[in-house]
Design a protein around this ligand. Structure first.
Ligand SMILES: [Zn+2]
Length: 419
């Protein structure tokens, strides 16, 4: 089975090309906003919202090209790109309605809003029928991206594009740099034989992840130093930005610096998370992770920054994606499962542990636990991936994975017997 993947490259448009792109971003935004406004007007007029969204889309695109209208400049840019922009707005409404009706899972979505000229990131997308083309001689550093209605754009080829792309998205980031991101189909690499049958993963703030395996190995995956350094620099630049007077040239310079550093941090983190997820999936057959519901945790303001800095949400998503691709299992443990409170040796529920408690001794069996390693073990146990014999020998702790994760594990049932 082929997989869709994105391949992104920096592109370096000339000043002229930058102007064409700016015009294209503006046109894409205009038809997007036309579509949103038309749907909103239909809604306010009490019209049937089920009006075929394709009908509205066609009206928007036809009106856009009406000769003598105030939008004649739209004819100067690629029609495919305008179609794609309207399609994005359509998709936005489709997602919104699916979310309202409960067909779409996850947090409730808002309807698409009008796009502002002042937003800092701009995107346009071209599909196959726009006849875009990437010219690149393998082994050469530079390639040329040919988009409709403009001369080829210089493209930094950091790796070879493996097959014909089905679409390309051009993005202008807040720091003024440009990127071309291609969607291509690739055959997934065959998965290696796993070293471990099972592993539990606990995500943390001090360490990015704590991993325990069925063979009893435990390791902590630290947040890399380069990421910490980049984050410190980001903090410094942000403080400098907040000191500049609003609307001043210096403020704008500071804003670009912050945006650049943001991108660097995001890049470094993404790269690192890819590597961590790759190793985890390669070496393990069945993984147990916590359903952390990152969006909910972020409402705790004290933890919000730390959590979005480590990027749990992205790491979780990458682990699931890669596991899925490689045919590994992922067991998701309910987020209310008390993984930090249970003793992974005897199952005794030892009560809440404040964050500063890094290690503790179980009051029932006396085992001294590293807080995070114990939590990772419990996650593995809860998923039914581990059966641990306790000290009394032969008496196996039934894993809560059999029932609801809410199920309390009572000490009397599982405490080691002294008889
Ligand atoms: Zn214990």
């Amino acid at each position: 089975m082929m997989k869709k993947k994105r391949f992104a490259y920096r592109v370096y448009p000339t000043v002229d090309q930058q102007q064409v792109l700016a015009r294209s971003f503006g046109c894409a935004r205009a038809v997007y906003n036309d579509y949103v406004a038309r749907r909103n007007a239909l809604f306010e007029a009490g019209e049937n919202l089920a009006e075929d969204s394709d009908v509205t889309a066609r009206k928007v695109l036809v009106d856009a090209k009406q000769p003598g209208g105030d939008r004649t400049y739209l004819a100067e840019v690629s029609a495919v790109m305008l179609q794609q922009s309207v399609r994005d707005a359509q998709q936005g409404f489709a997602n919104f309605f699916a979310s309202v009706s409960g067909k779409r899972k996850g947090p409730k979505m808002r309807p698409p809003r009008l796009k502002s000229k002042r937003q800092t990131t701009h995107k346009i997308r071209f599909t196959r029928n726009a006849n875009f083309r990437l010219e690149h001689v393998p082994g050469q550093k530079w390639g040329w991206l040919k988009l409709p209605k403009m001369p080829p754009i210089k493209t930094r080829m950091t790796r070879v594009l493996p097959s014909e792309p089905s679409s390309v998205t051009i993005t202008q980031w807040a720091d003024g740099t440009y990127e071309a991101s291609f969607v291509v189909e690739v055959a997934p690499k065959p998965a290696l034989a796993p070293t471990y049958q099972a592993a539990g993963v606990d995500l943390g703030i001090t360490d990015l992840a704590i991993i325990t395996t069925d063979t009893g190995d435990a390791r902590k995956v630290a947040n890399p130093r380069m990421l910490k350094r980049a984050q410190r620099k980001l903090g410094r630049l942000q403080r400098s930005l907040s000191r500049r007077a609003k609307g001043s040239a210096n403020r704008n310079k500071a804003r670009v610096k912050v945006a650049k550093q943001h991108r660097k941090v995001a890049h470094a983190r993404k790269d690192y998370h890819h590597k961590v997820a790759r190793q985890l999936v390669d070496e393990t057959q069945a993984l147990a992770v916590e359903d952390l519901h990152v969006a909910g945790l972020i409402t705790n303001r004290r933890l919000a920054k730390a959590i979005s800095d480590v990027g749990w949400g992205m790491l979780q998503r990458l682990i699931r994606e890669k596991a899925n691709e490689a045919g590994r299992q992922v067991h998701v443990i309910d987020r209310f499962y008390p993984s930090t409170q249970l003793c992974s040796t005897c199952g005794h529920k030892d009560g809440k542990k404040p964050l500063h408690i890094r290690s503790w001794a179980c009051s029932a069996c006396g085992t001294v636990h590293d807080r995070d390693i114990n939590a990772a073990k419990n996650i593995m146990i809860a998923a039914g991936l581990s059966e641990i014999a306790n000290d009394c020998g032969g008496c196996i702790r039934p894993h809560p994975g059999d029932g609801s994760p809410y199920e309390a594990v009572t000490p009397s049932q599982h405490a080691p017997q002294t008889a």
